[in-house]
Write a protein that binds this ligand. Structure first.
Ligand code: HEC
Length: 162
């Protein structure tokens, strides 16, 4: 095989760096400290999200996003964890920006609580794909009434500008 010319090698390096940069931007690199949710929409995304929710979240957060059945999510369990909060509009999920919701789901709660408390929220980064985590959040958001969605959108935008 002939040795590739210097020009060709340089353009290959530029290409590889370019592709890496595009992936970095798509995943939200450079904005805030985590991936931004892409605004994936449509019935297929919501359907996938609903399936992921039923399989991975409903056991704790309730089949209808109502929170851990039989518990008040504001009151600590005897082991120091909190019951899983509701993801419907009565909870506080919509107070958080997309980035935080994504990172909380991907990395689990302990990273966020630190020494302040014991988290009962597992990390899903090794269990679910980026698209599955995004879809489950899109699904959760799709259940909120429009005024709540609008407020959460503003929180997300404010976080982006930081
Ligand atoms: C084993 C129980 C359990 C499972 C399964 C679980 N969670 Fe949680 N989750 C919790 C608990 C408990 C909290 C409360 C905060 C903490 O302990 O860190 C929480 C908090 C959260 C929060 C941050 C608080 C809020 O309301 O915004 C998000 C977001 C979240 N969970 C999303 C999910 C998603 C999405 C799934 C499914 C992929 C899921 N959780 C599965 C127990 C669970």
């Amino acid at each position: 095989m002939p040795k590739p010319s210097k020009g060709l090698t340089i353009s290959m390096v530029v290409l590889v760096l370019g592709v890496a940069y595009v992936i970095y931007i798509i995943q939200g690199g450079g904005e805030g400290d985590g991936p931004q949710l892409m605004e994936a929409t449509g019935p297929a995304v919501i359907e996938l999200g609903q399936r992921v929710y039923a399989d991975s979240c409903a056991a704790c957060h309730g089949a209808n996003l109502e929170g851990q059945p039989g518990f008040d999510w504001r009151e600590k369990n005897p082991d120091g964890t909190f019951p899983a909060p509701p993801h419907d509009e009565t909870g506080h999920t919509w107070h958080h920006a997309d980035t935080l919701l994504f990172n909380y789901t991907a990395n689990g709660g302990q990273v966020f609580l630190g020494d302040v408390g014991k988290s009962g929220m597992p990390a899903f980064a090794d269990v679910l794909t980026f698209q599955e985590i995004e879809a489950v959040l899109v699904y959760i958001k799709s259940t909120w009434p429009e005024p709540i969605r609008e407020r959460q959108r503003l929180v997300t935008e404010a976080a982006r500008e930081q």
